[in-house]
Design a protein around this ligand. Sequence first.
Ligand code: C2E
Ligand code: CA
Ligand code: CA
Ligand code: CA
Length: 281
Amino acid sequence: AKHEGRGRAEMFTAELALEAADRAELERDLLLGLERDEFLLEFQPQIEMRHGGVAHAVTAEALVRWVHPERALIMPGAFVPVAEESGMIVALGDWVMSRVCETAARWARSGVHQRIAINISTRELAQADFFLRLRHAMATHQTPPAMLELEITESLAMDMDERVLGQLSALRQDGVRIAIDDFGTGYSNLARLRELPVDRVKIDRSLVRDIVTSAEARTICSAVVGLIQGLGMEVVIEGVETQAQMDMLRVIGCTLFQGYHLARPMGEAQYLDRYAAAPTV
Ligand code: C2E
Ligand code: CA
Ligand code: CA
Ligand code: CA
């Protein structure tokens, strides 16, 4: 039944893309959707694989979905870009931030010490009061900073000014983890990467897709992983879809994985069922 749901979601996504010509309608629907509380979060685990085959879920990435009254479930690819262009992403991002802070605080109180990662878009980070609002959400829900992680895309990370860098460093000092998302899709200034207040780098799945069949792809992936680890940062591999990919990545020296091969994004109840009580996968 779950897969039927996915198929339908994809159908509606395509349908929505066609209709995206009517942006005004989508924007209005987004605003209404926020008022009517039509959004929900799914969580996808990041799994740590240690020697001896022991696997633990260590972080949950929060991914937003829209339960549209007429269009059923809509995936973020169909509305996040529109929300970014219209500026609506600030309101949507606030909703995500507040929901994540509330959830993370609840997890901490019940002994589930897994961080929740939030995706932050360019437009949100550009708001002068972004950090104020984040700290306000954390204070409201009494969220331990050590329960949170911020995911910032590679292109955005390369583009941050001193003010934003200072705020990120302060958050990091308080215990919030900072990750670079989609690494390998942009053009990084490697000297700059070294100076960023960053704990982990998430390697985009485009760098991983062909490693089993192509020696060149393997060489590139291995070099990128080595470089990031050499800078003292942790590597997370995104979009792991097969056991063969994972085996190869472990040989390269990777220990943190996220992808359909391990688990698809799921609702909170299911996530806690699978990963909270017994952290072993
Ligand atoms: P992302 O941050 O790169 O998130 C990972 C996306 O890859 C998710 O898609 C996830 O379901 C998908 N994925 C995970 N494992 C695999 C795999 O093994 N194979 C493949 N093919 N895909 C995999 P999703 O949930 O549709 O999200 C798409 C994008 O929408 C995200 O990409 C992120 O950029 C954006 N997004 C999602 N939630 C939020 C949010 O709350 N705020 C903002 N600003 N953006 C969000
Ligand atoms: Ca992400
Ligand atoms: Ca990503
Ligand atoms: Ca992305």
